[in-house]
Design a protein around this ligand. Structure first.
Ligand code: TXA
Ligand code: MG
Length: 319
């Protein structure tokens, strides 16, 4: 199905989305990373509906989306490192964990009653216009059922979400991988989740940035459960051979072959292209008629780190 991207459709869809958000209901909208399922971040009941429909544990906090830095400043304390990153990467696929001001009206259930909240300014014309049209930030996780694959277009949406929530079709997401999450609330900036902005890009701005140690994950990044981003059928990664009954998610040129079906994330080994295709292709291969998905090795640098992070979580049995 071709996405409907004509101006009249977008204008009407934005008008309707605004009305729905103002009434405390949910809207699925496009961002440059993946689609989000959003609600008024200052409305406790509206936020509650996100956790319910996604079957998301309440200890996995949501990201708040803002129109601009000015709006974030009203609600949050921003230190030097945060300003530096904001200046370089916002609007864009960066989420900063910031400390709420006492006066903030962001609902406590956005962040499981924690004063640290993930904030980002999306770089997408539809998300931007939607945020501009309303007087509050939008709390929005990825538009998928908890632990399942994120969606980078409307066709990938789970029927439960698609049939019950108003959505704006903005075509394919530009990056296709979620935002990079960084805790900047202390003097030691730490990456909590690999994302569309690479460690290599970040190190140019903050040379001493670290990735969070595994044993600290539950405390600081409660949403970083091992199992996440998973298809319904089994998945194997770094394969040397495709087994009988498996479909193949390939990368580059090699001797791997599936007798059934295969898709190639990037025949020219371009990691940006691979990132953009990852979820969309996994959705297409995730069919119960197949025994499983075999994934070719992906180089572990730049966006490859993010892709491998998602693939490792996709194969995990922990929840
Ligand atoms: O690109 C994205 O980030 C997309 C689009 C829609 O903006 N959103 C997204 O949200 O991926 P979600 O909820 O699927 O993932 C948010 C991640 C989770 O791993 C969560 O644990 C972490 O960010 N996070 C959010 N708030 C946090 C907080 N206060 N402290 C620690 N981690 C937080
Ligand atoms: Mg998610």
């Amino acid at each position: 199905m071709k996405p409907i991207l004509d101006k009249k459709y977008i204008k009407n869809a934005l008008k309707k989305a605004k009305k729905i958000l103002l009434s405390g209901e949910l809207v699925i909208f496009p961002t440059e990373t993946v689609y989000g399922i959003g609600a008024n971040a200052t409305n406790l009941n509206a936020i509650q509906k996100i956790y319910e429909i996604k079957k998301r544990p309440y200890n996995n906090p949501l990201i708040c989306h803002f129109q601009n830095l000015q709006k974030i400043q009203n609600d949050f304390e921003i230190n030097e490192v945060a300003y530096k990153l904001a200046d370089f990467f916002w609007p864009g696929p960066l989420t900063l964990i910031l400390k709420k001001k006492k006066s903030s009206t962001i609902s406590f259930n956005v962040s499981n009653n924690n004063e640290l909240v993930g904030c980002r300014i999306p770089n997408h014309p539809i998300a931007g216009k939607l945020l501009k049209s309303i007087p509050f930030p939008i709390a929005a996780p990825s538009a998928n059922i908890s632990t399942k694959l994120s969606s980078t277009n409307i066709n990938n949406l789970d029927n439960e979400l698609k049939n019950n929530i108003f959505f704006i079709d903005g075509g394919d997401s530009y990056h296709g991988l979620e935002s990079t999450v960084i805790n900047v609330s202390s003097n030691y900036p730490t990456i909590l989740r690999y994302g569309s902005i690479t460690v290599e890009q970040l190190k140019k701005i903050i040379p001493n940035i670290n990735f969070i140690k595994k044993n600290n994950l539950t405390h600081l990044a409660p949403g970083q459960q091992k199992k996440h981003y998973s298809p319904n059928i089994p998945i194997r990664i770094n394969v040397k051979k495709v087994l009988e009954g498996e479909v193949l998610l390939n990368f580059g040129k090699n001797n791997l072959k599936s007798k059934l079906f295969e898709l190639n994330l990037s025949p020219s080994r371009n990691l940006k292209e691979a990132g953009k295709n990852l979820y969309n292709f996994l959705h297409q291969l995730d069919k119960y008629e197949y025994k499983g998905i075999a994934v070719a090795p992906i180089p572990n640098h730049n966006l490859g780190k993010t892709i491998n992070d998602r693939l490792k979580r996709a194969i995990s049995n922990d929840s």
